[in-house]
Design a protein around this ligand. Structure first.
Ligand code: CA
Length: 224
């Protein structure tokens, strides 16, 4: 269930939002001032924030800017009173994803919430690489095979990720060494072979099999 944080000082609007969101299958959290709202944005990790512009304690623009400044990417829909400056609200520097002007139609707001959540999910998908039954979640550093997690070392993970990102392209041992161990690493290219061997074993691949990692003789490796 998606969790939506409502930061709004007017109790009747908060109630209206909470009621409608709950009946649309969302879980809601509420904050009635900017300071509490800011803290909850970080602590509760909501999936989306409905953020009023004029708030006691800390205003909506400051909350938005400070969250983005801390690298918090939670989608934000700003709620503004009619006369407030929309351009300012949507200014890129504040990093809001959308806005609605009060009084707003609940129906319209629900549609915007859905759209913003869909967009943010798609962004999440980009951080996932898949190849057959194999899924590499780049953000979480997690690899799953047939939906079972495969425990990989950091280097094994980097190797697999690099091959998946360059699918179909032969990666030479030197290139892999540079990219994963760093240009200053003066180990041997055999290091790559050893890690590939472990990686294959963990992925359940035999020497001759090559579903995920193929040896290209004399050149390197690739993910077919
Ligand atoms: Ca307000």
């Amino acid at each position: 269930m998606k969790k939506i944080l409502i930061i709004e000082d007017e109790a009747n609007i908060r109630e209206l939002l909470s009621y409608n969101l709950t009946s649309n299958g969302y879980q809601t959290l509420e904050a009635e001032d900017g300071i509490k709202g800011f803290e909850m944005s970080i602590r509760e990790k909501p999936d989306l924030i409905l953020l009023d512009l004029m708030l006691p304690g800390k205003n909506g623009l400051d909350i938005c800017r400070e969250l983005r400044g801390r690298g918090v990417k939670t989608p934000i829909i700003m709620l503004t009173a009619k006369n407030e400056d929309i351009d300012k609200v949507m200014g890129l520097e504040f990093g809001a994803d959308d806005y609605m002007t009060k009084p707003f139609s609940v129906h319209e707001l629900m549609a915007r919430i859905k759209a913003v959540l869909r967009r943010s999910n798609q962004n999440g998908e980009e951080n996932r690489l898949t190849r057959g039954e194999l899924t590499i979640d780049v953000e979480r550093h997690e690899v799953r095979l047939n939906d079972v997690e495969v425990e990989l070392s950091m280097k094994e993970f980097e190797l697999l990720k690099t091959l998946a990102e360059n699918r179909g392209v032969v990666m030479t041992r030197d290139k892999l060494l540079d990219q994963i161990w760093g240009i200053d690493y003066d180990g041997e290219t055999r290091t790559v072979d050893v890690h590939i061997r472990y990686l294959r074993r963990k992925l359940g691949e035999e020497e001759g099999e090559s579903k995920y990692i193929r040896t290209v003789r004399g050149r390197g490796y690739k993910m077919p």
